[in-house]
Ligand binder design. Structure first.
Ligand SMILES: Nc1ncnc2c1ncn2[C@@H]1O[C@H](COP(=O)(O)OP(=O)(O)OP(=O)(O)O)[C@@H](O)[C@H]1O
Ligand SMILES: [Mg+2]
Length: 85
C-alpha cells in the first residue's frame, strides 16, 4: 500500500517544446566546480550540483546517453582548468 501526504503540482504551458536547441560551450559559463550544465527547461538552464545529489542517466537506445556523458565530462574539465582531477 502506498500513501502520499504532499501535493502534486501540474504546470500547463501554452507553447510546445522546441525541436532543437543549439549547444554552445559558452553555456558552461553558468556552471562552476562540480555544478554541471544539464540542459534547458522552459524555466531556463538546468544545473545539477554533483556534490549535493545523485544523477541517473537513462533512456532508450540512441537517445543520447553517451553524448550527454561527453558533455558532462567536458563541463567538468572546463570548470577545473589548471587543476588535476
Ligand atoms: N543532444 C543531441 N542533439 C542532437 N543529436 C544527438 C544528441 N545526442 C545524441 N544525438 C545523436 O544521437 C546519436 C546517438 O547518441 P548516443 O550515442 O549518445 O546515444 P546512446 O543513448 O548512448 O545510445 P546507445 O543506447 O546505443 O548507447 C548520436 O550519434 C547523435 O547523432
Ligand atoms: Mg551509448
Amino acid at each position: 500500500m502506498m500513501s502520499f501526504d504532499g501535493a502534486i503540482r501540474i504546470k500547463v504551458y501554452e507553447q510546445n517544446l522546441i525541436d532543437c536547441f543549439s549547444f554552445n560551450v559558452e553555456l558552461f559559463e553558468q556552471t562552476n566546480r562540480w555544478r554541471i550544465y544539464v540542459g534547458e527547461s522552459r524555466n531556463g538552464a538546468v544545473i545539477h550540483d554533483t556534490e549535493s545529489g545523485h544523477i541517473v542517466i537513462a533512456g532508450a537506445t540512441t537517445f543520447g546517453k553517451s553524448n550527454f556523458l561527453r558533455m558532462f565530462i567536458a563541463n567538468l574539465l572546463h570548470n577545473k582548468q589548471g587543476i588535476c582531477i
